[in-house]
Design a protein around this ligand. Structure first.
Ligand code: B12
Ligand code: SF4
Ligand code: SF4
Length: 336
């Protein structure tokens, strides 16, 4: 793969500085040509995962297979990949007492990260483009919705390692972070920098998963995952009684394999709590009873600014019905 040549040797450090000034905790990039061989190993894992049916009904992952293999099919000028980490709140979202109400995944507590991360990245990139009028800088921002293997590129950029729970974990900041990716038309002069596997002999996440969705080493079977059931699976949830019980009181997402991880309990995280704006109205601490009475329009209003808006009202109600049955003191709510 021929590179465009390094027009500005400082580009990488300027991008890192601009990203940090936008609040990203960590930022680093890698040249596609230099990472190509390592990346193909990641892509083979993805192909194998798809081949085993682990994507469930997330057909967009199957459709986007070719584009995931080669970022140039996503952005034809791509020469490098620049990745960032944005922390989200570590505090539990929703009710921690299951008798009172449901739980939500932490990442849902705040305004929709797709927009937030993309907007910050655009600002950082524009700043660097202005600083370098001699460099024809062009880019494509990808946050969750493009056919890009974000964890793989972030790992190859040195922002973390892939844990046994399949999350990208930064040794200092843990895994409660969003990943943002930018495809750039310039090389950055950076080779892949994979971190060591700090999981070692630990297997806490594997034991914490109530559905045994974490199967072979670093592979998640979405068809068994509460996060997939509650956030992605459309239509009816045809779960066995055992699986319904395993869902506990989660109504959107699941954090159990992250809560178990020692890298998420370090004190350094405490200082980041203020970094993310909470939208307490979206991830409500309302009671089971109040939520059961919420109608479709009220739900849409509540979640409008949050990533929870991707969970349609009928999916939320479906999840709520199962979660409510698992709540200790509300088993008979509505049956009287
Ligand atoms: C589909 C998807 C899901 C699916 C499938 C998850 C999965 N583990 O694959 C479901 C709905 C279950 C899901 C759940 C969650 N997701 Co999600 N999801 C995605 C999405 C859109 C694609 C992931 C994908 O391609 N999966 C297929 C597998 C095979 O790919 P992969 O996990 O990325 O694995 C690659 C690398 O890890 C690498 N690899 C893995 N092991 C090894 C080992 C070696 C030796 C090597 C060399 C490479 C390697 O190769 C793989 C192929 O590239 C990404 C965004 C994106 N575009 O990347 C977000 C993303 C992965 N999700 C994210 C989040 C936050 C979550 C949840 C925490 C949300 C929640 N609380 O409920 C959970 C976590 C569940 C879990 N344990 O993974 C974040 C993760 C951030 C992070 N720090 O890692 C992402 C990156 C979105 C973002 N932009 O921030 N998600
Ligand atoms: S998100 Fe929940 S269900 Fe999915 S692998 Fe992690 S612990 Fe298991
Ligand atoms: S819980 Fe242990 S094995 Fe799992 S990801 Fe964290 S460090 Fe790795």
């Amino acid at each position: 793969m021929a590179g465009a040549g390094l027009l500005n040797p400082d580009l990488h450090s300027q991008l890192q500085a601009a990203a940090r000034s936008e609040g990203f905790l960590e930022a680093a990039g890698v040249d596609i040509s230099k990472a190509w061989t390592d990346y193909q190993e990641h892509f083979r894992k993805f192909e194998d995962w798809i081949g085993r049916g682990n994507a469930g009904e997330m057909h967009y992952l199957v459709r986007g297979q070719d584009r995931r293999r080669d970022p140039k099919l996503v952005f034809s000028e791509a020469q490098s990949v620049f990745c960032v980490l944005l922390p989200y709140r570590k505090l539990p979202a929703g009710q921690t007492d299951p008798s009172k109400g449901p739980r939500y995944a932490r990442y849902l507590d705040g305004e929709d990260y797709h927009e937030r991360v993309s907007a910050k990245l655009e600002t950082a990139l524009k700043k660097v483009a202005q600083q370098n009028p001699q460099v024809p800088l062009r880019w494509k921002v990808c946050v969750d919705t493009s056919a890009v293997l974000e964890r793989s590129w972030a790992a190859l950029s040195g922002l973390g390692w892939i844990g046994k729970n399949t999350l990208l974990i930064h040794p200092k900041h843990g895994s409660y972070t969003f990943i943002g990716v930018v495809l750039l038309n310039q090389e950055l002069g950076q080779s892949p920098r994979s971190l060591p596997d700090y999981c070692g002999n630990c297997s806490r996440c594997l034991h914490s998963c109530p559905t045994q969705a974490l199967e072979q080493s670093r592979s998640l079977n979405s068809r068994k995952c509460i996060s997939y059931w509650t956030l992605e699976k459309r239509g009816e949830l045809t779960l066995s009684d055992e699986d319904q019980a395993a869902m506990g009181t989660w109504v959107a997402g699941c954090d159990l394999c992250q809560e178990a991880c020692p890298f998420n309990t370090k004190p350094v995280r405490a200082s980041l709590e203020g970094a993310v704006q909470s939208l307490s109205g979206a991830i409500t601490t309302d009671s089971w009873e109040a939520l059961m009475l919420e109608d479709e329009n009220q739900y849409r209003d509540r979640v409008a600014q949050s990533a929870l808006s991707r969970v349609k009202p009928e999916m939320f109600k479906r999840n709520l019905m199962i979660a409510r049955k698992n709540a200790p003191q509300t088993k008979n709510f509505g049956d009287e």
